[in-house]
Design a protein around this ligand. Structure first.
Ligand SMILES: [Zn+2]
Length: 226
């Protein structure tokens, strides 16, 4: 998965995927440098993230790992370098035939009790589309039949004392029997079906996921057009 402004279509894992041309370059730059990311970075400076936790070099074991810039740790003893690049994550807007959106109430930290969209981290070797179809099946028991790319937004995901930097890819998804979506695992406390007008973007656990929901509500309309 990447964010290049290209057109691609094809089946992946039985899922029809139609990627559309993303917004204009100026709009794209505006997204990447949006205010949420600046807030997150200032709230979680690098030295309280991986750079603060990974003190020992995984190669020579010296307590000499130092942060160099915003994403690089370098061992001052042996020169080993560890890049802390963003992890890829996905989230899907799923809409039922009446135009209601599937919104999850998170059952676990971070953000327990707050809202979320179905999705999660991309596993090694997966495409973003495969990861999202898998996560939707695991979380709410739906089989995705089509998806369309919305855009990407950076996020910070605090877990186990580490502030993981992620890049969250948003899609609009179609699925059969959306009204039957139900919480399939403990990460999901409840599944809500909400009219877009009732979706409070401020209740999402992560600004990036709120932006994905907001982008759909703002630009796409009540039903996915694939
Ligand atoms: Zn070292």
């Amino acid at each position: 998965m990447n964010n290049e402004p290209s057109v691609a279509a094809g089946g992946r894992g039985g899922v029809e995927c139609v990627c559309v041309v993303p917004p204009t370059p100026s709009a794209w730059v505006g997204r990447v440098e949006h205010e949420d990311w600046g807030f997150l970075m200032s709230a979680m400076p690098f030295d309280t993230g991986p750079g603060g936790l990974f003190r020992y070099c995984p190669k020579c074991a010296a307590a000499a790992m130092r942060a160099v810039g915003s994403k690089l740790l370098r061992c001052e003893a042996c020169g080993f370098e560890l890049y802390m690049n963003p992890a890829a994550a996905v989230a899907g807007v799923i809409v039922d035939p009446r135009g209601r959106m599937v919104v999850l109430v998170r059952g676990k930290e971070p953000g327990k009790g707050l809202w979320d969209l179905p999705g999660g981290f991309v596993d090694p070797g997966e495409t973003a589309e495969e990861a999202l179809a898998r996560e939707i099946r695991e979380e709410v028991g739906l089989d995705v039949t089509a998806m369309r790319y919305l855009g990407s937004w950076p996020n910070v995901y605090p877990y186990g004392g580490i502030a993981y930097r992620t890049l969250d890819f948003g899609f609009v998804c179609e699925a059969v029997g959306v009204e039957g979506a139900r919480a399939m695992e403990s990460e999901v406390e409840r599944v809500l079906l909400l009219e877009p007008a009732d979706v409070d973007l401020g209740r999402f656990a992560f600004p990036s996921v709120g932006r994905i929901a907001g982008e759909y509500i703002k630009n796409i309309g009540p039903k996915p057009q694939t």
